[in-house]
Design a protein around this ligand. Structure first.
Ligand code: GDP
Ligand code: GDP
Length: 441
């Protein structure tokens, strides 16, 4: 975020593009005032401006990065500088292209730089003053940065749709409170520790929360009549869901298996991630299996703990491992940790495993690489139906991809593409979503 953004605690949108494409006009359009000075002369170096804007209650800063300057810099250097500045400062980058000119090598060069970054980029196809310009817009898909937004910065056409897209990409504004709640992109992940009664959930929780030293606070539960606990861990803060019973060392047991299953399922639905605790001394029971199936169906990345491992002899251990492969196959990509909540053995692996799952859940993959993976998958095994022309990651938590296709894509082929994306980008067992949009090309 920019210095300006830090000061105001607002997310920042940077506008980049060649001279004369309409950056200042767009800035004025977005802020709704004549703030920036519109220079008729191309290549005039301007001071960067950060002006505050508001769209449907979302406040943010808009920065005009000033465009390419009229120095004698080689093009590539100035392009890089602008892209880097935009990345460093912004939460969202708007790349403005003038459709009356079309895509130039400079546009392509800056797009290539921007594709490599983690900051989301929206392509603005500017000067689409009327429908007759619309056909020129789709050429800009070739920039590899997703759907271009046709806009007339001068007349306002299309600017509402553009702003809807922009605010959807913005992180929540930072809180001004002293004990600030983390912003949306560092939302505290919610973890459900689930398993049958007596498998060792409370013992595990007490160990992970360091016997209350690291407990940040108890919160009203994510589900009805429950209490959640936020804990500071080396992997960052974690909110453990439905922890009331787990905090107390001696507690009245939660009752029947049925009741605990219902409770576990509610916790899983409220959570981003799950730890499935299994009492390895009892093997994988049908109740464990049911729970695992439901977790899988909820699309929750999961870490499996085979607990009470220290009580098993070699033969029993071998058997349990076979049972895991056999009975929990639908969680096959989940990490499986063998340990003891009681002695603490191997429990140190649980948080890093959760941390990795959180990372994958929040990962944003570069658009260029995404398209390369999909193109490669499609050439090595062509689709029997529609073909993906272009794809972009629209969201995280969970990672969600929009595939633009010329026709419908058969479900089996879509699963093949999903596998390719999952494997290439190491999403592990994190649920990812693929949406197909048809585009006549
Ligand atoms: P910048 O150098 O990228 O900041 O571009 P400016 O905002 O200064 O605009 C350059 C020229 O393009 C000005 O003459 C603007 O009036 C014109 N312009 C900007 N947006 C539009 C638009 O949507 N349609 C048309 N027809 N002209 C525009
Ligand atoms: P919960 O009902 O799933 O929360 O289970 P608890 O954490 O209350 O544990 C049930 C019993 O299993 C307690 O007597 C614990 O001491 C015991 N226990 C928990 N973890 C382990 C372990 O790793 N090894 C052994 N041997 N006992 C454990």
């Amino acid at each position: 975020m920019s210095e300006a953004g830090d000061r105001a605690g607002l997310p920042t949108v940077a506008i980049v593009g060649r001279p004369n494409v309409g950056k200042s006009t767009l800035l004025n359009r977005i802020v709704g005032r004549r703030e920036a000075i519109v220079e008729e002369r191309p290549g005039v170096t301007r001071d960067r401006k950060a002006v505050e804007a508001d769209w449907c209650g979302h406040r943010f800063l808009v920065v005009d990065t000033g465009g390419w300057s009229a120095t004698n810099d080689p093009l590539d250097a100035s392009v890089s500088r602008q892209a880097e500045r935009a990345w460093a400062e912004a939460d969202v980058v708007l790349l403005v292209v003038d459709v009356t000119v079309g895509m130039t090598p400079e546009d392509a060069a800056v797009a290539a730089k921007l594709r490599g970054g983690a900051t989301p980029v929206v392509v603005v196809a500017n000067k689409v003053d009327g429908p007759s310009r619309e056909p020129d817009v789709w050429e800009l898909v070739k920039l590899g940065l997703g759907d271009p937004y046709p806009v007339s910065a001068l007349h306002g056409r299309g600017s509402g749709d553009l702003l809807d897209a922009v605010v959807a990409l913005l992180p929540a504004p930072e809180s001004h409170e002293v004990d600030s709640t983390p912003s949306a992109d560092e939302k505290v992940p919610a973890v459900a520790i689930v398993g049958r009664p007596n498998v060792g959930k409370s013992t595990l929780f007490n160990r992970l929360s360091g016997d209350e030293r690291s407990v940040v606070h108890d919160l009203p539960g994510t589900t009805r009549d429950t209490v959640d606990t936020e804990v500071e861990t080396p992997e960052g803060r974690i909110r453990f869901v439905d922890t009331a019973g787990m905090r107390r060392r001696s507690r009245i047991d939660g009752g029947t298996e049925y009741y605990s299953l219902v409770r576990a399922l509610q916790a899983v639905d409220a959570a981003d991630l799950a730890v499935l605790v299994i009492d390895a001394s009892e093997g994988i029971t049908s109740q464990d299996q049911r729970l695992a199936e439901r977790i899988d169906a909820a699309g929750c990345p999961t870490v499996v703990l085979l607990n009470k491992w220290e009580t098993l002899d070699a033969e029993a251990r071998a058997q349990v491992q076979l049972d895991v492969a056999d009975r929990l196959h639908f969680l096959s990509t989940s990490p499986v940790i063998k340990g003891s909540a009681l002695t603490g053995k191997s429990i140190h692996k649980v948080l890093p495993a959760l941390g990795q799952a959180v990372d994958a859940y929040r990962r944003r993959v570069p658009t260029g690489a995404l398209n390369q993976v999909l193109q490669a998958a499609q050439s090595s095994h062509p689709s029997p139906g529609g073909r993906v022309l272009y794809a972009t990651q629209g969201a995280i938590e969970p990672p969600t991809f929009t595939l633009f296709a010329n026709r419908d894509i058969p479900p089996t082929y879509l699963r093949y593409l999903e596998r390719a994306v999952r494997e290439h980008f190491g999403f592990g067992n994190t649920p990812i979503k693929l949406r197909v949009r048809r585009r006549s090309s």
